[in-house]
Design a protein around this ligand. Structure first.
Ligand SMILES: *[C@@H]1O[C@H](CO)[C@@H](O)[C@H](O)[C@H]1NC(C)=O
Length: 396
């Protein structure tokens, strides 16, 4: 038998060289060039949006992916447990909530949900495919599309340990939030070496948002009060003030990420317009998947086609339901149903944001109702052709 005699120092240096090689290769192949090797290859995605902007749909696009653990609005728990306050004073609690959930630590819920806490106490829990799949529940295989109703009936458990185990078993943790109005509070998360955070910022034409908000007015009352810092405004003025805040926040976020972004933000932010998403669904989704390192599957492709081309059967009562109506028709509905007066009002309060994000204003009712006139500028254009606007220094 052949025997190798190797000295201890040689073995040690070989091991060292190997370790260095592994680390270097890992660094070269992970994208974007990552300072975050402590995230162990896990990717954390924040879907940042606003109410009635298509974020439930976008969330589902990630939720149904077999590599994704998804939760909708964990910060809802923060906002709903601290009433009579404003978004500004809640934002750090919201940020810390997000960080814990990204790290699969659900104990943060203790502060907001009475004990003992069941999985069913998590906001919209049964919409999360991962909570309906092993190891959380043995109802839906991980690569199948989940059924929310069945999940609700079969997948409740006591405690959040299984939810944590589920979270740990996926390569991607994706959270959807409508409760951020700036990016700065997220900077510590972007710098956190245990997180590999990507931000997808979904925006929508504020005129379409207004129409959609009017239809679900009641469901939004409490949130609106928090957005407005509990300011006492005439009722008919409120919807516009809320939208003004939202428009400003979109500008702030976009500008922070696109004009001289800090190093740790570079390559980690992607803006998407809802209108582009519904017009060019598959291509836009593939681009987002690529941005966060997910592959498209055949099951997902078929499902995406089905939900964007299905028949209308939306129940008005459920403001958060994703209905399978023709998505593009829905995105144009404001043009025929919203009065020109309201359109003008919204254009007034959101003018700068609309310019920045590539939405054209209409100057007459005729122009509004003429559906041939496209009011969404091509995507490439709004990447480069805008000037920093004065009003962006408005309050943070
Ligand atoms: C919690 O989940 C268990 C297991 O499904 C169930 O038996 C129990 O009734 C639930 N409790 C609450 C408070 O929902």
């Amino acid at each position: 038998m052949l025997r190798w005699r190797v000295s201890k120092p040689t073995v040690l240096s070989l091991l060292l060289i190997q370790a260095v090689t592994v680390v270097l290769l890992y660094g070269w192949y992970s994208r974007p060039p990552s300072q975050n090797s402590l995230s162990e290859g896990k990717v954390h995605v924040l879907l940042l949006s606003s109410w009635r902007s298509g974020s439930s749909f976008l969330g589902q696009v990630f939720n149904q992916h077999p590599d994704v653990f998804y939760l909708m609005e964990p910060a809802w728990h923060v906002w709903m447990s601290v009433k009579q306050t404003g978004a500004r004073s809640l934002r750090m609690a919201v940020r810390d909530m997000i960080r814990s959930v990204f790290q699969c630590d659900m104990s943060v819920m203790d502060a907001y949900i009475p004990q003992p806490c069941n999985v069913s106490k998590l906001f919209m829990w049964s919409h999360s495919r991962a909570l309906c799949s092993p190891p959380a529940c043995f109802l839906t295989a991980r690569d199948e599309i989940s059924n929310e109703q069945e999940c609700k009936k079969n997948c409740d458990t006591q405690g959040l340990k299984l939810a944590e185990a589920a979270c740990q078993s996926y390569s991607h943790v994706v959270l959807k939030e409508v409760r951020f109005f700036e990016l700065e509070s997220l900077f510590p998360l972007l710098r956190d070496p245990t997180l590999d955070l990507r931000i997808i910022h979904l925006v929508r034409d504020p005129r379409a948002v207004l129409r959609s908000r009017e239809k679900s007015f009641k469901a939004l009352v409490q949130d609106s009060a928090i957005v407005l810092e509990q300011a006492n405004l005439p009722e008919n003025e409120q919807p516009y003030q809320v939208l003004q805040e939202i428009c400003r926040s979109h500008m702030r976020i976009y500008e922070t990420a696109m004009i001289k972004p800090p190093d740790f933000l570079r390559g980690r932010y992607k803006m998407i317009r809802y209108e582009d998403l519904v017009r060019n669904t598959l291509a836009e989704i593939e681009a987002m998947y690529e941005f966060v390192g997910l592959d498209m599957t055949e099951t997902l492709q078929e499902w995406i086609y089905r939900i964007t081309h299905g028949r209308g059967k939306g129940k008005k009562s459920d403001a958060f339901k994703i209905t399978s109506r023709n998505a593009e028709d829905v995105s144009l509905a404001w043009r025929t149903t919203l009065s020109f007066e309201k359109v003008q009002h919204i254009q007034d309060v959101c003018k700068d944001a609309m310019t920045l994000l590539g939405y054209k204003t209409v100057e007459s009712e005729e122009e509004q109702k003429l559906l041939d006139v496209d009011l969404v500028k091509p995507n490439e254009q709004n990447q480069f052709s805008w000037l920093p606007s004065k009003s962006t220094t408005a309050k943070v």
